[in-house]
Design a protein around this ligand. Structure first.
Ligand code: ACO
Length: 328
């Protein structure tokens, strides 16, 4: 028996920053951003919003579409790298409070942009183990709050938003659900994508840090190479160990970091680019929220039907990677 998705939801803030607007803040152009990343705009939270607000908006939509009572949820997992607070309390606890439910287990999962993919497998495992009956899984990020808006190498890449899913056991054996997941990490690459200051390694007490150390720092070329490599490994592994070929897969929902990463994966795998669902032009890279926002959009598009096979493929800080094989 496996775990299935009962309902999806997503939220992106109203405020949009276009490439053109960014070119007035840093030395860049709409042309450079579009040709190097595929991004056209990004949604950015307002000053009075935070990560948990977006998470709750996405969760409420998922709960409604799942047709469950929010009181039925007994586990909340929030995948985030930009939660309401640094370290603790978890954003999942704040989400529980804002949803107005009690006595659920609540935890944050830290796996960078792979966070939602990891969380689906954790939720599935806990459902199968009998530790929970209805799980709310959310990917939510307010990356704009930890972005260095003076650094053109990073500030053009990211956006804010949240996506959510309600999961339960597939008790009626419908065949829908998470068939397989492949998760991994290359910890030796931890330095290539990080926020240097604010943890135990470089605490605020040190006071010996520059302002830029408070924000996302990234070795873009190194992460790019990693991403292209692992996308191929994730997709091939999930296909091979389930005796499938690309023709069996309706669509792949990749982490939306850079259109060139997706194009490179398609080329290496010798798959048509149309097999990949792409929304990066609209939302930019929303880290752990990117795959659930795209999944929600795919579900709303009518492009997938019950019974279709879908692959997700993600990578991110850690460096982590992972994918899920899902029967709709
Ligand atoms: N506008 C104009 N020029 C720019 C910009 C910009 N916004 N950013 C960089 N450049 C310049 C660089 O300074 C460099 O100039 P130089 O040659 O004079 O030094 C030139 O463009 C080329 O730089 P590259 O780094 O080679 O640019 P590239 O084409 O590789 O694209 C990018 C950079 C977009 C960052 C790419 O490497 C990438 O997408 N990497 C992966 C990033 C990623 O996916 N990160 C998210 C991980 S997930 C998570 O957990 C958050």
């Amino acid at each position: 028996m496996t775990a299935k998705i009962l309902g999806l939801g997503a939220y992106v803030p109203e405020k949009i920053i276009t490439n053109e607007e960014l070119s007035k803040i840093v030395d860049t152009t709409d042309e450079w951003i579009k040709t190097h990343t595929g991004i056209e705009k990004r949604h950015i939270i307002s000053e009075d919003q935070t990560t948990s607000d977006m998470a709750v908006a996405a969760a409420e939509q998922a709960i409604e579409r799942a047709g469950i009572n929010k009181e039925d949820i007994d586990l909340i997992i929030v995948a985030t790298a930009s939660g309401d607070y640094a370290g603790f309390p978890s954003t999942a606890c704040v989400v529980q409070h804002k949803l107005g439910i009690q006595h659920t287990a609540a935890l944050d999962l830290s796996a960078g942009c792979s966070g939602f993919v990891y969380s689906l497998e954790v939720a599935k495992s806990m459902l199968i183990a009998g530790s929970a009956k209805k799980v709310l899984v959310i990917g939510a990020e307010a990356l704009s709050r930890i972005t260095n808006w003076k650094d053109r190498n990073t500030c053009v890449l990211f956006g804010d938003g949240a996506g959510a899913a309600i999961l339960s056991l597939d008790e009626d054996n419908s065949g829908s659900g998470i068939i397989d997941s492949y998760l991994g990490a290359e910890g030796d690459g931890y330095k290539h994508l990080m926020r240097k200051v604010g943890g135990a390694k470089h605490s605020f007490q040190d006071k010996d840090f520059s302002e830029e150390d408070l924000y996302i720092s990234m070795n873009g070329r190194r992460v790019y190479g990693f991403a292209v490599k692992v996308n191929e490994i994730i997709i091939n592994t999930l296909l091979e160990r389930n005796n499938l070929t690309i023709d069996d897969i309706k669509i792949i929902v990749p982490h939306q970091a850079n259109i060139r990463i997706i194009q490179a994966a398609a080329k290496r795998l010798n798959f048509p680019i149309e097999k990949f669902f792409v929304v990066i032009d609209e939302y930019a890279n929303t880290s752990a929220a990117s795959i659930p926002i795209a999944l929600n959009k795919l579900s709303e598009s009518g492009k997938i039907q019950k019974g279709d096979l879908i692959l997700t493929s993600g990578f991110g800080a850690g460096l982590t990677f992972g994918g899920n094989l899902i029967r709709w």
